[in-house]
Ligand binder design. Structure first.
Ligand code: ME8
Length: 509
């Protein structure tokens, strides 16, 4: 059985990871956990992109060899993923032999087939983006005369490159790419970003340079050791090299990437795969970018958000939740502590956390922690109605609409709060009429069951807190949460009793 294969970009190791890297990796982790919860076998790949001029220069500045430097920073990424409960199955580094060998193998095969050929390159190069630009794409600035990187988020000065190097026949794949986009409209997601790629490919494709003559830190071109493979050609192949030797992984089900590297993944990468005779990934999804308090994150502004700082204050689960709740996946958004706090207090401390505390306290005070059986187990069994929204939630998750999925969940949380408020079980328990007591018990029974189900839906986003919540609601013992289906099928592994505890999400002031 083929595994569900999800990937993140492999990150450059010129600097420590920040919130942007955490965003993509948490999203991929949420998707991986969602599929695993459903019983699908998953292969989740992340890793680091370690070659190229940018790394060579960063290592030099740090007074280290590129490999030493790469070892240290790659480890920082790994540690952050551990801290954020990222459940990757494989972590690839482009300096590993399993990858370098594959790059050389494919490069040699494409030279043989004629898709890679020797030529002369004259143009401009952005070291920060590791991107080639033509004269036309990067005209001189009318004030300074300097050529700047056309990427609006970069704008650094370009260097002139004049060298004999190897080219990939990207132009040959224009028609096949267009035919593929047409035949499989979900391949490029979301639509608005796909449309940008489509029009750019329609304009025509030029062959691209895929080696560097003067860059030492890279994979040597087979039989031409003066050249190293262009870092993007090298990096993209990680998705295949990590899967090689296993017949249940490739093709990827989804590559999740940021919008700024969509062109590489949506046009160049599928053309490379076509040239290599390999199947294409099923989907390439480009998400948007976070700014921080209205500003782009940059070295010069020194405003990179450190995930450790946020989790110290808000906890890992709330951080994971916020990233995917706040901005629709695919759109851009702005990060600030203020919005995080507002979201935390509203959704987590109030809506969900208070609801859990309320039912726990009521059951503790009135039933000594034991959840009574419903007087009529079938009549208006509210948890079933709630569980019937699993399909809606799952459809959002399948199309990577994480904020949509959380929207479904929080609409149910809202309904539960309304029911508790309108039926006021604390008053019913004080009544002398035994029917009122029954009503209160039925309500609490329903709310507990619904929360157990909701815990299954939220688990991919907040695995630790949901395991804790389900354990306290008597349905599961730490450390894993149950899926919504498991809850309904009665796969209880907990002690059944409701155990009251401290607030799940203490309010932030
Ligand atoms: O581009 N908002 O690596 P990279 C959202 N090595 N996501 C962000 C972000 C932000 N402000 N900043 C970074 C590379 N990201 C190449 C990739 S893949 C074969 C090679 C995330 O370290 C987002 O996923 O610059 C973006 O695409 C990625 O980090 C870029 O990481």
């Amino acid at each position: 059985m083929k595994k569900f294969y999800v990937t993140t970009p492999i990150y450059y190791i010129n600097a420590a990871p920040h919130i942007g890297h955490a965003y993509t990796t948490v999203a991929a982790d949420v998707l991986a956990r969602f599929y695993r919860h459903r019983g699908t076998a998953v292969h989740f790949l992340t890793g680091t992109d370690e070659h190229g001029l940018k790394i060579e220069q960063a290592a030099k500045e740090a007074g280290k060899s590129p490999q030493e430097f790469a070892d240290a920073v790659s480890e920082k990424f790994r540690q952050l993923w551990k801290h954020l409960d990222i459940t990757f199955d494989d972590y690839i580094r482009t300096t590993e032999p399993r990858h370098e060998d594959k790059v050389q193998e494919i490069f040699a095969a494409l030279i043989k087939s004629g898709d890679i050929y020797k030529g002369h390159y004259s143009g401009y190069y952005c070291v920060s983006d590791e991107t080639f630009w033509t004269e036309k794409e990067a005209p001189p600035d009318h004030k300074t005369g300097k050529r700047l990187c056309p990427n609006p988020d970069c704008h650094r000065e370009l260097s002139l490159v004049e060298e004999d190097n190897w080219f990939f026949k990207l132009s040959k794949y224009q028609e096949r790419l267009l035919a593929h986009y047409k035949a499989d409209p979900d391949f490029l997601s979301p639509k608005h970003r796909g449309n940008e790629i489509l029009s750019r490919v329609k304009e025509g494709l030029q062959d691209i340079s895929v080696s560097r003559a003067k860059v030492k830190w890279g994979v040597p071109v087979p039989n031409d050791p003066e050249h190293t493979v262009y870092v993007w050609f090298d990096a993209l192949l990680n998705y295949v090299s990590a899967a090689s030797g296993c017949d249940d992984i490739w093709p990827a089900d989804v590559h999740i990437v940021g919008k700024e590297i969509y062109w590489f993944h949506a046009a160049i990468w599928p053309a490379m795969l076509m040239a290599a005779g390999l199947p294409l990934p099923l989907k390439v999804f480009a998400h948007g970018w976070w700014t921080v308090e209205g500003q782009k994150m940059s070295k010069s502004k020194g405003n990179f958000v450190d995930p450790y700082e946020i989790t110290r204050e808000f906890g890992v689960d709330a951080f994971r939740f916020f990233l995917l709740r706040e901005m629709p996946f695919g759109n851009d958004g702005d990060f600030s502590i203020k919005t995080l706090k507002i979201r935390y207090n509203a959704d987590l401390a109030n809506d969900l956390g208070n609801l859990v505390s309320r039912v726990e306290n009521l059951i503790d005070a009135n039933m000594k922690g034991a959840l009574p059986a419903r007087s009529n187990p079938e009549k208006d069994f509210y948890p079933k109605q709630v569980a019937s929204r699993t399909a809606e939630y799952a459809a959002c998750m399948e199309r990577l609409d994480f904020s949509g999925a959380l929207g479904v969940i929080w609409s149910v949380v809202g309904q539960l709060n309304e029911r508790v408020n309108s039926e006021a079980p604390w008053k019913l328990f004080k009544s002398k009429d035994p029917a009122d007591h029954e009503k209160a018990k039925t309500l609490l029974f329903d709310v507990v069951w619904c929360l157990r189900i909701i815990g299954g839906w939220i688990e991919p986003f907040m695995p630790r807190k949901m395991a804790e919540m389900q354990a306290r609601l008597g349905v599961r013992q730490y450390p894993d949460a149950l899926s919504a289906e498991d809850v309904l099928q009665g796969k209880e592994k907990g002690i059944g009793k409701i155990q009251k505890g401290p607030p799940l999400f203490p309010r932030k002031t």
